[in-house]
Structures are given as C-alpha cells and as structure tokens.
Design a protein around this ligand. Structure first.
Ligand code: GDP
Length: 297
C-alpha cells in the first residue's frame, strides 16, 4: 500500500536501527535502553518522546520479567501503539463545514487543498474554496490552477486585500449555494506571529458570526521532511491558533516519519491526514494502526 511504500525509508532508519541495537545484545541491560533511546532521538522521534518510550520500556521489562532482547521490539511496538491513541476523523457534520488551512509556504498547503477538493468532489460533495492567502498573488494563482483542475469554485479578491473579507464573502456564498465543504487557504507568515494571530482571530470571528454552529476544522500543514523543525513549527502555530488536526505532507520518501509519534505525544494534536505523493489522490486519512503496522511488520 501507499503508506507502507511511503514509510519504507522511515522503517529502514528508525526500526532497522533499533533492531540492530537489539540484535547486538545478548541480555537486557541499561546500556541497551540507552542505545535505543539514542537511536530513537536520531530518527526524529523527539527527545521527550524517546525518553518516555524508553522509560515505559524499562518498566514493562521489569514488570513482566522479560529477559530476552528478542522481545524488545514487540514491547516498543506496543508502547508506540498506545501512544498513538485513537484516530480522529475530520468533522464535516454540518452544511457547510469549514476547513481552515494554515502552515508556512512550501509545506504543501495548496496541494493539500487541491487534493481535498478533488476527493470531496468525487464523493459528490459541493465544495468551495476561499483564497484568503491574499499576501502573495502567486498563492491565489496556484490555488486557482488546483480548483480549476478539481472543478470547484473559488472566491478570490485582489492581492493585498483583507483575508477576513474574502472569508466573509466565501461563507456568504457557501450558505447561499448550499455548499457542503468550504476550504479556506490562509497566509502562513509565522515570522510575524502577532499579525498572523490577529489575522486568524479576525477570520475566526467572521466564521463564528456568519457560520454560527458550523463544524470548523483548523488544519496545520507540516512538511514531514523537515523532521523536528516541523514539530517546533507546530508548537508555534499552536500558540496562535486552535489547531484541530495536522496534515503531514511529503511522508513519501522521507526517513523522518517518526515525527508522527512525537507530534501526537508531545502536542496532543491528532494527525488527521497524510500526504504520500504529489498526485491528486495522494492524500489519505491517517490511520495509526496502519502506520504502526507499516513500520513494525
Ligand atoms: P504551499 O506553499 O504550502 O502551498 O505548498 P505547495 O502545495 O505549493 O507544495 C510545495 C511542494 O511540495 C510542491 O512541489 C508539491 O508538489 C510538493 N508536495 C506537497 N505535498 C506533497 C506530498 O505529500 N508528497 C510529495 N512528494 N510532495 C508534496
């Protein structure tokens, strides 16, 4: 499957790395735990999460009286599965439902919106997109290419106009046209946190006034290839927005898939969608069971 294929490099670096450590021991001792912890940190699982996994591992080994290093990988799989918790799907329960897409340029926002448009359209849903990243004309043009390809409508204003005004028009249109899903692009200027926060606050105010009671998802798009930087980005965005889920893009071909575990464990934000390629159908709901299985089995 695509997730299995996409996680091949992560499996090679992370899982095979741990397996090599385990194989080099004939009995379980503190040195084994320390080497495992180091391997986990090196494979982008984050210091905090790696330390926590090893803590749990020590405890479980003791509690169950495990002496065979050959049993260690099974225990790690069990601990990671527990950490991943239950999957959370997007809430699209109202008409319209609104999806706000945030993230820095280059993370894959436009591509993700294009893929979502295509999928919802295929499911027979009525989709509308708001080009509320008015900061760059190129962003609006790019979005238009994707929406045209998917055959969905786009609400846009001129470059430099007020993003909240775009959202206002889009919500009004979505209600009038009985749109199922309204997807709003936003400018991801993280370097100007105050402006970004103000902009998102204004957009959210418009949504809560104009679309009262509608399901709203705020999805943060992160580039998996940036590893722990993506986790730090998520921390910063989490300070300015109420993120309801993460879209992790470019999971295909990166060895840094371990960040899924640290995002979930350290930020408590569920990964809801994963990007596994550049094609229009390369976006999948995140399924932690397949994720763990793809890595360990
Ligand atoms: P934006 O600036 O955040 O809107 O980013 P774009 O959507 O323009 O994406 C930036 C680049 O990442 C483009 O070349 C996309 O084709 C690529 N990209 C986006 N998502 C994925 C993915 O899941 N896998 C791969 N391999 N490339 C992706």
């Amino acid at each position: 499957s695509k997730i299995k294929e996409g996680l091949r490099k992560t499996k090679e670096s992370m899982i095979s790395g741990m397996q090599r450590v385990v194989n080099s021991f004939t009995k379980i001792d503190e040195d084994l735990f320390e080497q495992l912890e180091e391997t986990m940190i090196m494979s982008d699982m984050g210091v905090e999460t790696s330390v926590e996994i090893c803590e749990k591992l020590r405890k479980r080994v003791k509690e169950r009286g495990v002496t065979d290093p050959g049993k260690i990988m099974e225990l790690i799989q069990e601990i990671i599965s527990e950490m991943m918790g239950e999957d959370v799907a997007l809430d699209l329960s109202t008409t319209p439902s609104i999806i706000l897409v945030i993230g820095v340029n280059g993370a894959g926002k436009t591509t993700t919106i294009g893929k979502l448009c295509h999928q919802y359209k295929q499911q027979g849903k009525k989709v509308l997109v708001a080009a509320a990243d008015t900061f760059r004309a190129a962003a609006i043009d790019q979005l238009e290419v994707w929406t045209q390809r998917a055959g969905v409508d786009l609400v846009k204003h001129a470059e430099g106009s007020d993003p909240a005004a775009v959202v206002f028009d889009a919500v009004t249109a979505a209600k009038a046209r009985k749109t199922d899903v309204l997807i709003c692009d936003t400018a991801g200027r993280l370097h100007n946190k105050k402006n970004l926060m103000e902009e998102l606050r204004k957009i959210n105010r418009i949504i809560s006034q104009q679309a009262e009671g509608c399901a709203v998802e705020t999805l943060l798009v992160l580039d998996a290839t940036t590893g722990q930087n993506a986790v730090n980005q998520a921390r910063l965005f989490n300070e300015v927005a109420d993120i309801t889920g993460i879209v992790l893009t470019k999971l295909d071909g990166t060895a840094k898939g371990g960040i899924v575990i640290s995002i979930k464990n350290e930020l408590g934000i569920p990964v809801k969608l994963i990007g596994v390629g550049e094609q229009i159908d390369d976006l999948q709901p995140f399924d932690s069971r397949s994720f763990v299985t793809a890595l360990f089995e």
